[in-house]
Design a protein around this ligand. Structure first.
Ligand SMILES: Nc1nc2c(ncn2[C@@H]2O[C@H](COP(=O)(O)OP(=O)(O)OP(=O)(O)O)[C@@H](O)[C@H]2O)c(=O)[nH]1
Ligand SMILES: [Mg+2]
Length: 267
């Protein structure tokens, strides 16, 4: 199953590639003070920060630990009349059409050495320019409005980050995850491999199994399920089993956020 994608969209020099690098915690995308630095989109797999996964790892001490991920894609800067081919125009509007959700990066930082495409700092105006272009390009996607500035403090109507330092980036990943309507379930393979998996809200145990392995879904017999809190409270899978805390569910069971699942399957 392919992963969902979040597109990073905004005016040139708003800090999209800087944000992308902060998300990936390493330098991948080219960052520069001139506009249209990014032409070909950068795609990155971003680890979803997860306190529950950390706790499960502490409890189980697995040999292998795998986080859930979300794909972010850093797209070329967008300007007024992009839908008519202005700037890099239609080429990247097509890219934006492929994503499942949008993070609109809006410049809130002052820096004389970084030119502003419209000459002055004005987050509200910039937001509207991009909104109008997306609408004219007939792009209707859930959107997060992200104000990129040096000081990370609450601003109404925006999520705030400092793309340069990465402050606020974890909150952004969580917010994007929610925007995509994703929940997390966990698997503990033989007590040795703990993994977090993202799943669209309202998915069945069968669909969850398919996330882990096609064979698990095809040969689905049943799912052994326990909520995260119950598992932690009982202290481990075996203890939970002994105490009868683990439920048996069928293929149509709707998986809930935080559940720990062991799939039973045959060939
Ligand atoms: N002071 C400050 N500078 C920033 C911040 N974020 C980005 N910059 C700077 O702004 C410039 C442009 O950043 P990029 O990340 O290349 O911007 P972009 O939106 O990807 O630009 P294009 O690819 O040209 O559309 C670089 O010089 C960055 O170092 C920030 O939060 N604060
Ligand atoms: Mg860029």
């Amino acid at each position: 199953m392919s992963s969902l994608q979040v597109g990073i969209v905004g005016l040139p020099n708003s800090g999209k590639s800087t944000l992308f690098n902060a998300l990936l915690k390493r330098q991948v995308a080219n960052v520069a003070s001139y506009p249209f630095t990014t032409i070909e989109p950068n795609v990155g797999v971003v680890v979803v920060p997860d306190e529950r996964l950390k706790k499960l790892a502490e409890m189980i001490k697995p040999e292998k630990l795998t986080s859930a991920t979300v794909n972010f894609i850093d797209i070329a800067g967008l300007v007024k009349n992009a839908h008519q081919g202005e700037g890099l125009g239609n080429q990247f509007l097509a890219k934006i059409r492929e994503v499942d959700a949008i993070v609109q990066v809006i410049r809130g930082f002052k820096d004389e050495s970084v030119s502003h495409y419209y000459g002055s700092l004005d987050p509200q105006r910039d937001k509207e320019i991009v909104e109008i272009e997306l609408a004219l390009g007939e792009i209707k996607k859930p959107t997060l409005y992200l104000l990129n500035q040096d000081e990370v403090r609450p601003v109404e109507g925006f999520l705030v980050v400092n793309a340069k330092t990465g402050e606020g980036v974890e909150e952004l990943i969580q917010a994007a995850y929610q925007l995509l309507e994703l929940i997390t379930f966990y698997t503990i393979k033989g007590g040795k491999e703990v993994a977090a998996w993202s799943l669209k809200e309202g998915s069945s145990a069968f669909e969850a199994a398919a996330k882990v392995h096609t064979e698990m879904a095809q040969g689905f017999i049943k799912a052994e399920v326990i909520g995260y809190d119950d598992l932690v409270a009982t202290g481990g899978w075996q203890a939970a089993k002994t105490k009868g805390k683990i439920r048996l569910e069928g293929r149509d069971y709707l998986v809930k956020n935080g559940e720990v699942i062991e799939f039973k399957f045959g060939h």
